[in-house]
Design a protein around this ligand. Structure first.
Ligand code: PEP
Length: 270
């Protein structure tokens, strides 16, 4: 009875969650938008009312729109890039955006290792870790993505891919201090843009494994403090259930981040 009473008032996730650990809700706008639609989306977010005190919100527009979004978006939404160059400095790197350039521009966040960059641009785990480390060394915070393909899951290789490949490269590259500015986004590739969201059990299983891996490979303190967010067909209608998983610390949202449903997702973590 005593346990039941305690659970009633302090559900497990609140016992485990550090008091100052906010949910991170990221909106990845991918390669979408016109000047008009971006202005409209910013307006929708700006008119969205107060966010829950335990929510930290970041949006990642395409590079072309970053300046206008930074100038017009409400101050409690941070702006991120969706990618960053591997070059450590500015100069003769046609087509790239350098981490020091992004930082000097006023950005504080970078997404690295999104599955679309891994699959379309051939970014290996080593490249993702290298880019992330360069961003960290330049004072940026990183949302570093990992996640298995459907074929990996079906072959029983989910944890081997996520932990031993994607995460291990980051663990090898980052210092213990770096982790204070790292958010891990677990995004099963089969759930991205498909409408097939991972069940809370499927997501929690991998998030808990990531937490254990960080505890063993970095430290228990880093493991407890690092936010592990889920991405893959998150919507206002499923965010509330997913956020109750003890090891889910927020969301990375694609499609729904382009609509007012993003506000529902943000408010779901209250
Ligand atoms: C994403 O691209 O990071 C993503 C999770 O997309 P969606 O929410 O559309 O599945």
């Amino acid at each position: 009875f005593r346990l039941q009473t305690r659970r009633q008032y302090f559900p497990p996730q609140h016992i485990c969650r550090m008091a100052d650990k906010k949910y991170l809700i990221g909106g990845n706008w991918k390669c979408n938008g016109t000047k008009e639609s971006v202005a409209e989306l910013v307006q929708t977010l700006n008119n969205g009312g107060d966010f829950p005190a335990n929510a930290e919100v970041v949006v990642a527009p395409p590079f072309l729109f970053i300046d206008s979004v930074m100038q017009t978006i409400r101050p409690d939404i941070a702006v991120s890039t969706q990618n960053i160059g591997k070059n450590t400095k500015t100069g003769a790197f046609t087509g790239e955006i350098a981490a020091p350039m992004a930082k000097a521009f006023g950005l504080n966040w970078v997404i690295t290792g999104h599955s679309e960059r891994r699959s379309m641009e051939g970014e290996t785990s080593a490249i993702v870790a290298e880019k992330s480390k360069i961003a960290l060394d330049n004072g940026l915070s990183v949302i570093a993505c990992c996640g298995e393909q459907l074929s990996d899951r079906e072959a029983g290789n989910t944890l081997a891919v996520v932990l031993e490949d994607h995460l291990q490269a980051m663990v090898d590259a980052f210092s213990t201090e770096d982790w204070a500015r790292v958010v891990i986004a677990y995004e099963p590739v089969w759930a991205i843009g498909t409408g097939v969201v991972a069940s809370p059990e499927q997501a929690q299983e991998v998030h808990a494994a990531i937490r254990k891996f960080l505890s063993e490979k970095v430290s228990p303190e880093v493991s407890a403090a690092t936010r592990v967010i889920y991405g893959g067909s998150v919507k206002g209608s499923n965010a509330g259930t997913l956020k109750d998983c003890p090891d889910i610390d927020g969301f990375l949202v694609g499609g729904a981040a382009l609509t007012a449903d993003f506000l529902t997702i943000i408010n779901a973590v209250a």
